[in-house]
Design a protein around this ligand. Structure first.
Ligand code: CAA
Length: 258
C-alpha cells in the first residue's frame, strides 16, 4: 500500500492536483512524483479534461526534493537510478497545459517543478529559490537551465550561487511568474485561468503549448518553421472552421475539440 501524498479534484474541464505532505513542507520524493505523474497522465488521456492546476498548501508549494531521502545516497545510487529522470521528467511530456498555483515556499525541486509547469500564478506570500548550493550540490531538475531562460543569467546566477530566496513581487518583475494575487485567491485565480484555457479548442491549445515550448528550448529558424507548420495544421480541424465562422457570425464558438 502506498501512502497518498497528493489529492485530485475535477471542476468542469479542469483537474486540480494538490501536493499533500504538510509535515515535510511538501518535499518531493520519488513516490510523490510517481503519484503526480500517474494522475497527470490519466488527466492528459481524459477527453473531459482541458487543463490542469498543480498546487501545494498555503505554506509550501514544495520545499524541494526530500533531503532526508537523499542524504545517504552515493553517486552510483543516483546515477544508476537516473534520479530526477523517469516520472520526474515525464511531467514535462504532459500535453495539456498545467498551471502552477504557488503559495509559500517553492524551493529547489519545488521551484523546478513549478517551472516545469506551463506558467506560474503566485500568491503574494510565495518565495522562490534554488538553495541546493547550501547542501553541497546544485539544482538537478532543470533549475540551472530553466531559471536563466526565465529570469536572465544575472538573476539566475545570483539565486543559484547565493541560495537567496526571491519573493513574489521580484519573481513577477523578473518574469518567472505571470501574475501575483493575494494568497487566499491563488487557487481560484489558477482555476479560473485553467477554465478559460479549457474552453478553447484543445488541438490549438496543445499546439500553442508545443510551439511556446519550442521557442523556449530551440533555435529561432527551426522554431519559427515549427510554429508556422502547426498554424497550417490547425486549418484541418473542425474547431478552426467553427471558431472563425463564429467570429464572422458574431456568436460564441462551440468547440468540439477536434
Ligand atoms: N526535504 C525534506 N524535509 C524537508 C524539506 C526538504 N526539502 N524542507 C522542509 N522539510 C521538513 C523539515 O525537515 C521539517 O521536518 P521536521 O518537522 O520533521 O523537523 C519540516 O519540513 C518543517 O521544516 P522547517 O522546520 O525547516 O520549517 P521552517 O519554516 O523553519 O523553514 C524552509 C522552512 C526555509 C523551507 C526550510 O525547511 C528549508 O530550508 N528547507 C529545505 C529547502 C531546500 O534546501 N530545498 C532544496 C532541496 S535539494 C533539491 O531540491 C535538489 C533538486 O534540484 C531536485
Amino acid at each position: 500500500m502506498t501512502t497518498p501524498m497528493m489529492k485530485t479534484e475535477v471542476r468542469g474541464r479542469v483537474a486540480i492536483l494538490t501536493i499533500d505532505r504538510p509535515k515535510a513542507l511538501n518535499a518531493l520524493n520519488n513516490e510523490l512524483i510517481t503519484q503526480l505523474a500517474d494522475a497527470m497522465r490519466a488527466f492528459d488521456a481524459d477527453d473531459n479534461i482541458g487543463a490542469m492546476v498543480l498546487a501545494g498548501s498555503e505554506k509550501a508549494f514544495a520545499a524541494g526534493a526530500d533531503i532526508g531521502a537523499m542524504q545517504g545516497w552515493s553517486y552510483m545510487d543516483v546515477y544508476k537510478a537516473d534520479y530526477l529522470g523517469g516520472d520526474w521528467e515525464a511531467i514535462k511530456r504532459i500535453r495539456k497545459p498545467i498551471i502552477a498555483a504557488v503559495a509559500g515556499y517553492a524551493l529547489g525541486g519545488g521551484c523546478e517543478l513549478a517551472m516545469t509547469c506551463d506558467f506560474i500564478i503566485a500568491a503574494d506570500n510565495a518565495k522562490f529559490g534554488q538553495p541546493e548550493i547550501k547542501l553541497g550540490v546544485i539544482p538537478g531538475y532543470g533549475g540551472t537551465q530553466r531559471l536563466p531562460r526565465a529570469i536572465s543569467k544575472a538573476k539566475a546566477m545570483d539565486l543559484i550561487l547565493t541560495a537567496r530566496m526571491m519573493d513574489a513581487e521580484e519573481a513577477e518583475r523578473a518574469g518567472l511568474v505571470s501574475r501575483v494575487v493575494p494568497t487566499d485567491r491563488v487557487l481560484d485565480e489558477a482555476i479560473e485561468a485553467a477554465t478559460v484555457i479549457a474552453s478553447m479548442s484543445l488541438p490549438s491549445v496543445i499546439m500553442a503549448k508545443e510551439c511556446v515550448n519550442m521557442a523556449y528550448e530551440g533555435s529561432l529558424n527551426d522554431t519559427l518553421m515549427f510554429e508556422r507548420r502547426n498554424f497550417h495544421a490547425l486549418f484541418s480541424t473542425e474547431d478552426q472552421k467553427e471558431g472563425m465562422s463564429a467570429f464572422v457570425e458574431k456568436r460564441k464558438p462551440d468547440f468540439q475539440h477536434k
